[in-house]
Write a protein that binds this ligand. Structure first.
Ligand code: ADP
Ligand code: MG
Length: 705
């Protein structure tokens, strides 16, 4: 099948010619060598185009140009002065001084650790010069140390300007960077407009080129604001590129032939009868959506969101039965062994009652058994395969896989998951996640992907009461814990997260483990990410069985451990966690029907934002609200921890500010793809430039795997 929209995006050499200058290497810029080019990578600048998107974060106004008698100390000024005298230092620790003056007053220009010869060359005796820098007053005399600029007086206007200040990295000065950026801007071709004319008018935005120029030549601080029209325009460009890419990918998936799964409903009916509970309305609604997708002749790719404990597994199972009623196979995979096993514990007994077969395949499956399972799978004797993500990458062959459920919990692998779709025979795919992803982020990561939401937990669940306390109260917490444990409770103690270093994580957890051991002795266990899988499982098993009642853990427990008896959780340094993560952690004690308590311990000093965030945890258990608030308070990049999240991070757009633009871009992209799928209209051609400019061609390639 030919899908023309993606073809131009696939070939590197097809990059529009007009963009060539922007994709030149940094070293092609005058005065920019290999060494600097390497340093610029720290600022995410690799090509000329990256320089033009490196925007100033501040500015210095050098237009203030008073006579010395009127000059106000503390301000940055550009002055025309005559050099009167050079005073070399007597001792090394003293500065080299140059006395200069205008018609009204005198000024001392001082240099520490500078070469006298350079100073003498730049500030020749009896010559008029222009200097620019910060004015100071020492011992009642006007001074300027190390002027930022010294030029011949005739050139004063070249420095009497507003100078943008850029984010820097060690070894690169603002002056150098500014020079290079100006060169990069000079090389930027006039690009034809890709934004819809009406939108442009409505927003009163300038052209791409003009917006860029203005941002690099700010007149007022307000010009640098994240909400200035120029900045908005560029943010929109970036978001539009993102949304177009996803719209293309989406269109491609939609065009793929799928199969229509419409079972006779017998297995599902029987399951309904043997389940000890009634499905919630939310579960029913989501199932209707999934069944409709399965029945359609197109390839299904749906995201199912639902908080921990809302009952996604049973929903997944119902939809798998639909595939089995059609005589095909289904699979469910989890991110970890523990989770895969947990799925099996739920599913296996139900399969037995329904008279169908399932098998668990993990890294621990013995070779002999593995061989058997693989053989039976290929013969079609196994109806449902349960396993870990990793397993499915290997040569597992199904007789006829029609439906795959990918349980990601909170882990995302947008690209990876699509890889899997090759395994099955046009298999429909359901991706499940327990992370409530705000609509905004869903859009940037999944585009217009279909999604269902279980926004209700089964009846009878008790709320978790959440307390926020300073760490100084730790002794009270330990005595309360002691009482609870005596009454037979089980508790988690989660140790601080230090993002940069797992080692520090570990040290903190081990230290806490040792100190709690003094109180609780053998009742305490420790799990952390550095432990071997088997060791981890062994400790978890003990906790599950109640052989230990207090589990000290790093965030490894976040990933879906099911111990319904655990009703207490203490989280140390809660202020260091993302809200979504706290929510996930807290979900661990929300599995049963008993009341439970979560104590968030924080350390001083606590910023306003941190306090607000912890209070949200106290106020609500609604994961969607928590995620949305987290986004507003911190911006998308930080949510869920950028690195793991798999969400696009933007260079120019900031989702906590430009949410509205994202929605517009999404609609714009959808409409455009519907009207001009081959990008042949004038706007289409302009949009091609946009996609290349933001390097979205790469993203599309990944989707095409
Ligand atoms: P999730 O995967 O969404 O975290 P699970 O599917 O593991 O949640 O469900 C959590 C628990 O709730 C399981 O023990 C499950 O059997 C139970 N459960 C699911 N749906 C219902 C329901 N409608 N009523 C009562 N209990 C339910
Ligand atoms: Mg589950």
């Amino acid at each position: 099948m030919r899908i023309s929209t993606t073809i131009f995006l696939k070939k590197k050499q097809m990059r529009p010619e007009i963009l060539y200058p922007l994709f030149g290497s940094l070293t092609s810029i005058g005065g920019l060598g290999e060494k600097s080019a390497k340093l610029l990578q720290n600022l995410d600048c690799r090509l000329i185009k990256d320089l033009i998107f490196h925007l100033p974060s501040n500015m210095v106004d050098r237009r203030y140009s008073p006579k010395l008698a009127d000059a106000i100390p503390g301000r940055v000024a550009t002055l025309k002065v005559k050099v009167i005298e050079h005073i070399a230092p007597q001792k090394k620790s003293q500065p080299y001084k140059v006395i200069a003056a205008d018609e009204t007053e005198q000024i001392i220009i001082s240099f520490f650790k500078a070469y006298p010869s350079t100073i003498q060359k730049n500030l020749p005796l009896n010559q008029w010069v222009a200097i620019s820098g910060k004015l100071e007053k020492f011992n009642n005399s006007l001074q300027m140390s190390h002027p930022d600029y010294i030029v011949p007086a005739a050139q004063i206007d070249s420095i009497r300007t507003i100078e943008p200040v850029y984010p820097l990295t060690a070894g690169i000065s603002n002056k150098m960077l500014r020079k290079w950026i100006l060169q990069a801007l000079a090389r930027t071709p006039q690009l034809p407009e890709w934004i819809d004319e009406n939108l442009l008018k409505e927003k009163k935005w300038l052209s791409f080129n003009q917006s860029l120029l203005n941002l690099h030549h700010p007149q007022y601080l307000a010009d640098l604001d994240i909400n200035s029209p120029e900045r908005q325009r560029l943010a929109y460009d970036e978001l539009l590129a993102n949304q177009l890419t996803l719209a293309i990918a989406r269109q491609k998936i939609k065009k793929q032939a799928g199969r229509s799964l419409k079972g006779n409903g017998l297995l599902r009916k029987k399951l309904m009868e043997i389940l000890p509970f009634k499905l919630t309305e939310a579960q029913e609604k989501v199932l209707r959506e999934i069944f409709a997708d399965q029945a359609s002749p197109y390839r299904m790719l749906r995201l199912l969101q639902g908080d921990v404990g809302c009952g996604k597994t049973i929903v997944a199972f119902f939809s798998m039965l639909n595939a089995i009623e059609c005589g095909a196979q289904a699979a469910i995979m989890a991110p970890t062994e523990i989770l895969a096993k947990q799925h099996q514990e739920t599913i296996a007994p139900l399969c037995e009652e329904l008279g169908i077969t399932c098998a668990l395949l993990t890294g621990k499956t013995k070779p002999k058994q593995r061989k058997e399972i693989l053989a039976e799978l290929e013969e079609g004797k196994i109806n449902i395969l349960i396993g870990t993500h990793a397993l499915f990458q290997e040569n597992v062959i199904f007789k006829d896989l029609a439906y795959a459920v990918i349980d990601e919990q909170h882990r995302f692998g947008v690209h990876q998951r699509l890889n899997f779709s090759n395994k099955g025979n046009k298999a429909d795919i359901l991706v499940m996640t327990a992370t409530p992803i705000p609509r905004t982020l869903l859009l940037t990561a999944y585009g217009d992907m279909e999604y269902s939401k279980i926004d209700q937990v089964p009846e009878g669940r008790k709320p978790v009461s959440t307390l926020v306390m300073p760490i100084d109260k730790i002794h009270d917490v330990v005595s309360a814990l002691s009482r609870k444990l005596q009454q037979g409770a089980r508790a988690y103690w989660v140790c601080p997260l230090v993002e940069e270093s797992e080692k520090i994580d570990l040290a903190a957890a081990e230290e806490r483990y040792e100190s709690l051991k003094k109180y609780f002795g053998d009742q305490v266990g420790l799990v952390h990410g550095k432990m071997k899988e088997a060791e981890k499982d062994a400790v978890m098993e003990k906790f599950k069985k109640g052989e230990i009642s207090l589990l000290v853990a790093t965030t490894v427990i976040e990933v879906g451990v099911n111990v319904p008896e655990a009703t207490l959780m203490i989280i140390e340094h809660a202020e260091r966690f993302g809200l979504a993560q706290l929510h996930q952690l807290r979900g661990r004690i929300k599995r049963g029907f008993q009341a439970s308590t979560c104590i968030l311990l924080y350390s001083h000093p606590l910023s306003e934002t941190s306090r607000a965030r912890l209070n949200i945890m106290k106020e609500t258990e609604d994961g969607f609200r928590i995620a949305e608030e987290d986004l507003d308070l911190r911006g998308g990049g930080e949510l869920l921890g950028t690195k793991q999240s798999g969400f696009n991070t933007f260079k120019l757009a900031d989702l906590s500010v430009h949410k509205g633009l994202l929605l517009t871009a999404s609609q714009d992209a959808k409409l455009f793809i519907a009207q001009d799928p081959d990008f042949t209209s004038p706007r289409g051609k302009a949009l091609k430039n946009l996609l290349y400019l933001f390097e979205r061609d790469e993203a599309v390639k990944t989707y095409n795997q």
